[in-house]
Ligand binder design. Structure first.
Ligand code: ZN
Ligand code: ZN
Length: 169
């Protein structure tokens, strides 16, 4: 789906890709989270000299887990994409120039990896369901958003307990 025929691009100079990509599509398979609904993808692929420039937008809703309590957190992905493929550069040079290397004589360009990388970078690694999320008790595993447990005083810094003992003496 994200493959561009470079012969056709050379003729037309510009190719549009508009797709509604299923949340289960292999395109997203290697992401550390899943999309909650189909993802809309709009790309314009343009020949610019020996470069191929891709511009567009990806819109979807990622379903992440709260880092503290693991409940589902929805994160809207509305990301503008822009990336460049350059012909005749070695991979190291491509990395330095922040472009993707496009092997000479390629007939087809697969945008999958670049799109996946950009989507991955658009989503934070850690999210929480709420700033006040209290997460799980590290001792007994109680979800402290839902109930309390008796471990809390034991988790206290022992120096405070020592100080309190001194004061009460
Ligand atoms: Zn939470
Ligand atoms: Zn506890």
């Amino acid at each position: 789906m994200l493959k561009v025929d470079l012969g056709l691009l050379a003729q037309q100079h510009r190719i549009r890709i508009d797709a509604e990509v299923s949340a289960e599509d292999a395109l997203w398979a290697e992401l550390p989270w899943r999309f909650a609904e189909p993802v809309s993808l709009h790309l314009e692929v343009q020949q610019a000299g020996s470069d191929v420039v891709v511009r567009g937008e990806v819109d979807g809703v990622a379903e992440l887990a709260c880092r503290r309590c693991l409940s589902a957190v929805l994160y809207e992905v509305n990301e503008e994409l822009i990336f460049v493929y350059r012909t005749g550069v070695a991979p190291v040079q491509a990395e330095a120039e922040e472009v993707y290397a496009l092997p000479k004589k390629s007939r087809e360009l697969d945008l999958t990896l670049a799109v996946r990388e950009h989507v991955l970078l658009a989503v934070p690694e850690f999210v929480s369901c709420d700033d006040t999320c209290r997460g799980f008790c590290p001792r007994c595993g109680t979800n402290l958003n839902e109930s309390t447990c008796d471990c809390r005083t034991e988790d206290e810094d022992p120096r405070w307990a020592a100080l309190r003992r001194l004061r009460s003496e």
